[in-house]
Design a protein around this ligand. Structure first.
Ligand code: PMP
Length: 384
């Protein structure tokens, strides 16, 4: 006999997580036959051929078992040398590195490592959808930091919501959903604020490679990790190399924290996928600049098409533009996105990423012809 169990069995933790906003977007999209889909949060380019081949070789050469919890030796070595070249970090004492199951894996492990039930974690609003849900899942309370009209998570704004319960500040640059890239001074200020208060700064830089020319400083991607290593740096390989399903990320920071995260990884994920770890040893040497340039041109297309009909956040990286629904339309972000669906275009309403449902997110991980067609529709709708 079945049906004797009920969903009363679901934990309060599970019931506290609401995915209805995202589900609504999927349901809207499912009604359409061949929508212009500007809602997708993953690259539309294939994995570079050398990485594909390396993955095939890894499987054929029997790299299919567990790796060490911290990560497979060759990928650890390649990542350390990448971070040494990029940030000047040395891994000869005090700082350590962990290969994780995607960037999400790293985020979960750091929450498990530092959050107690009465702790607070500050995350930006607008946020990547999992951010506000991490504390309900792994302990503590989320405190949103309103990033204001310019969408910048500055030290001043963070300090305003810090309390003696704050243990973690999570910042994301380039940001999902806004595309905003913080500058080096802003990131240094966040680093200094957090270290002075004894709070852990976590920087999610999953889109680091997808930073456009105008947001680079001295040709380099701004990062708080250039200030020092008293923080947790989280990066990933999924977005940069189009292999989101391979589930690879990494976290670098103080050794006591990395060791705690590794201990918890041992009892949860065990290790990141072994064939993917072996496949990505050469990833840092692959030149993605022509792909990044292509995305920069798409960013320009979005700005050119929409900036005279609405406010679009200055997008310095990632694959997203964050556009305001103009006041004269009298529509919420959700109402506007629903209207766009009626015209066969899928975008994500701002309410999915923010307490304020005033914007919508456009993903430009979409080929140029369809992007152009989608922008034409949005432009017409925004004019009203
Ligand atoms: N952080 C941000 C800002 C993201 O946009 C995403 C994916 N959309 C993630 C983390 C999760 O990435 P991963 O697939 O590596 O877990």
């Amino acid at each position: 006999m079945s049906g004797s169990l009920s969903e009363d069995l679901l934990s309060q933790r599970s019931q506290a997580i609401d995915v209805s906003g995202i589900r609504r977007v999927f349901q809207l999209g499912a009604q359409l036959k061949d929508p212009i889909n500007l809602s997708i949060g993953q690259p539309d380019f294939p994995v570079p051929a050398p990485l594909k081949q390396a993955a095939i070789d890894a499987i054929a050469e029997d790299c299919n078992g567990y790796t060490l919890t911290a990560g497979d030796g060759p990928l650890l070595a390649a990542t350390r040398s990448h971070l040494a070249g990029d940030l000047g970090w040395t891994f000869d004492g005090g700082t350590d590195l962990l290969i994780t199951s995607g960037t999400s894996g790293a985020l979960q492990l750091v929450y498990m490592s530092v959050m107690n039930e009465d702790s607070e974690a500050i995350v930006p609003d607008p946020y990547f959808v999992i951010y506000p849900n991490l504390a309900p899942m792994f302990g503590g309370r989320t405190v949103l930091c309103d990033t204001g009209d310019d969408l910048r998570m500055t030290a001043e704004r963070v300090e305003r919501v810090m309390t003696d319960k704050t243990r973690l500040v999570l910042v994301n640059t380039p940001a999902n959903p806004t595309g905003v890239v913080l500058n080096q001074r802003e990131l240094d200020d966040l680093y200094d604020l957090c270290t002075a208060r004894g709070v852990l700064l976590v920087c999610d830089e999953i889109y680091d490679l997808f930073t456009f020319d105008d947001a680079l400083e001295g040709g380099r991607f701004p990062s708080p990790a250039r200030r020092g290593s008293d923080m947790l740096l989280i990066r990933g390989l999924g977005k940069n190399y189009g292999c989101t399903g391979w589930r690879l990320g990494y976290a670098a920071g103080p050794d006591w924290l990395i060791q705690s995260m590794a201990k918890l990884q041992q009892y949860t994920y065990v290790c990141a996928p072994s064939m993917a770890q072996r496949a990505c040893v050469g990833a840092f040497d692959i030149d993605m600049s022509s792909t990044v340039k292509r995305f920069q041109k798409r960013r320009d297309m979005v700005m050119d098409a929409l900036s005279d009909v609405t406010e679009v956040a200055p997008c310095g990286g990632a694959f997203y533009a964050w556009a305001k629904v103009p006041g004269h339309l009298g529509l919420s972000g959700t109402a506007f996105a629903t209207k766009a669906v009626d015209h066969n275009v899928l975008v994500i309403p701002g309410g999915v990423f923010s307490e304020r449902d005033t914007h919508f997110r456009i993903s430009f991980a979409c080929d140029e012809d369809r992007l152009r067609a989608g922008l034409d529709v949005l432009r017409t709708l925004l004019r009203g």
